[in-house]
Design a protein around this ligand. Structure first.
Ligand SMILES: CC(C)(COP(=O)(O)OP(=O)(O)OC[C@H]1O[C@@H](n2cnc3c(N)ncnc32)[C@H](O)[C@@H]1OP(=O)(O)O)[C@@H](O)C(=O)NCCC(=O)NCCS
Length: 221
């Protein structure tokens, strides 16, 4: 019994220090670069660009919150949420130097795993930008944070989001019927995840496919 208490106190201290480590690593990696994007910390200067996204009822259709009607709502979110902790990234399009979206990683230290959330300005949908951003986040999660599992969900109907997860190697794990109630309506929820070992296998397969395509061994888009 006494041993259990000592052990659980030790574990508690370990959890706290794990979280401190994760926070530190996220701070050290507060800017990530991909081919077309810079993922960087938010500043209040991004509020106008974020408002363009947050006021769009098509963007928020499958999100838990209602579209913003006034920029002051967006300013509050940028200040109190997006700038509040490491792990929130503004997605800046290099070619235009503007913030076109948001992606964040949420670490669950107890289980060495993380989930994430994202949204993009509708003018930039279906150009592969979120896939590019999510790959950078998953890479950070496995190679720097050394997590074991990345998981996320989308509501049935929001299949574009599921496609982004598939294009990052995540696997379908099942569907929760009427799992959540959002804006007064029950929704089925689709679950996706990837383990660290599968991420490295998937990356290596992607590289081999790319090389084969360049050499002309296989065709495809
Ligand atoms: C989900 C979202 C982030 C995707 O961003 P994006 O940059 O357009 O994503 P990508 O271009 O990397 O990939 C989108 C993929 O979904 C596919 N897609 C789009 N709409 C689709 C639909 N209705 N059904 C199936 N696939 C769809 C696209 O064709 C593309 O796949 P492909 O490259 O194989 O053709 C963006 O649509 C968004 O911000 N939505 C609103 C916010 C939101 O729903 N966030 C997620 C909450 S779970």
């Amino acid at each position: 019994m006494g041993y259990d208490i000592i052990r659980s106190e030790r574990e508690l201290r370990k959890d706290v220090s794990d979280m401190e480590n994760y926070t530190e690593i996220l701070r050290e990696n507060s800017t990530l670069e991909t081919e077309r994007l810079i993922l960087r910390p938010f500043s209040m200067d991004d509020a106008q660009d974020v408002f363009l996204i947050a006021r769009d009822s098509i963007v928020t259709k499958y999100l838990t919150w209602h579209p913003h009607t006034d920029i002051s709502q967006t300013e509050k979110v940028v200040k109190e949420i997006y700038m509040s902790r490491p792990g929130f990234y503004a997605i800046e399009l290099k070619s235009e130097g503007k913030c076109i979206g948001c992606i964040d990683i949420r670490v669950c230290e107890e289980h060495d795993k993380a989930s994430f959330g994202y949204m993009l300005n509708r003018n930039y949908w279906n150009k592969g930008y979120m896939t590019e951003a999510l790959q950078a986040i998953i890479d950070l999660a496995f190679s720097k944070l050394r997590l074991n599992r990345i998981e996320s969900t989308h509501l049935v109907g929001n299949e574009g989001s599921g496609r982004v997860m598939q294009k990052c190697g995540m696997k379908y794990e099942g569907k929760g019927l009427q799992e959540v109630k959002i804006k007064g309506i029950y929704h089925d929820v689709v679950h996706y995840a990837i383990l660290r070992q599968n991420w490295y296998e998937w990356n290596s397969n992607q590289r081999q496919t790319k090389t084969a395509r360049i050499r002309g061994d296989i065709s495809g888009s």
